[in-house]
Ligand binder design. Structure first.
Ligand SMILES: Cc1cc2nc3c(=O)[nH]c(=O)nc-3n(C[C@H](O)[C@H](O)[C@H](O)COP(=O)(O)O)c2cc1C
Length: 163
């Protein structure tokens, strides 16, 4: 049974909710196993053992978060040339932008020769002040549904052998 690996980092809970929604969508599909891992816990073997990926990160300082970057730094070369052609999607939680983090993940995925199955899903919280940015996030249901759909689509495609 193919595994969908979801790797995430979250400081104030927004990205976590997106990753959990994607996992819930994937769990609706039979024929795929879903593994939801904090980026700190994810290892090269988790990438090698999975058939498809969702990478979920906040945008921090016009970048993916440092911990998410560390995950890619640790796993990039051990996994290089061993994931070619596998499908992936990116989920980004941002205050007001998100495009820089999305672009970085796209470039790493290109290096791994992964296949994008959707445009990056970017959810903006519109938090502006330091207090709002550091407060725990509660994302709207419609944004979480979009993440759920990504998880369901990837899982269904893996189960059917479409990707
Ligand atoms: C240190 C820091 C830097 C941030 N930089 C950006 C940024 O460059 N662009 C942006 O759109 N949001 C930025 N944000 C806002 C976060 O992306 C937003 O709060 C998001 O909810 C974080 O996801 P999380 O709840 O999963 O931690 C920043 C937040 C922090 C804490």
């Amino acid at each position: 049974m193919p595994t969908l690996l979801i790797v995430y980092h979250s400081l104030t809970g927004g990205t976590l909710q997106m990753a959990q929604a994607a996992a819930a969508g994937a769990a609706r599909e039979t024929g795929t196993r879903t593994l939801l891992l904090r980026c700190e816990d994810a290892q090269p073997r988790d990438l090698l053992n999975a058939g498809g990926y969702i990478f979920a990160t906040p945008e921090n300082l016009a970048s993916m978060s440092g911990k998410m970057k560390d995950f890619f730094d640790r796993t990039y070369y051990p996994a290089l040339d061993r994931l070619n052609g596998r499908p992936y999607a990116a989920l980004i939680c941002a205050g007001s932008d998100g495009r820089s983090a999305a672009k970085q993940i796209e470039r790493i995925a290109m290096g791994w020769r992964l296949r994008s199955i959707a445009e990056p899903t970017i959810v903006c919280t519109h938090a502006q002040t330091p207090e709002e940015i550091l407060r725990a996030k509660h994302l709207p249901q419609e944004d979480l549904l979009a993440c759920e759909e990504i998880g369901a689509t990837l899982a269904a495609g893996l189960a059917l052998g479409i990707f």
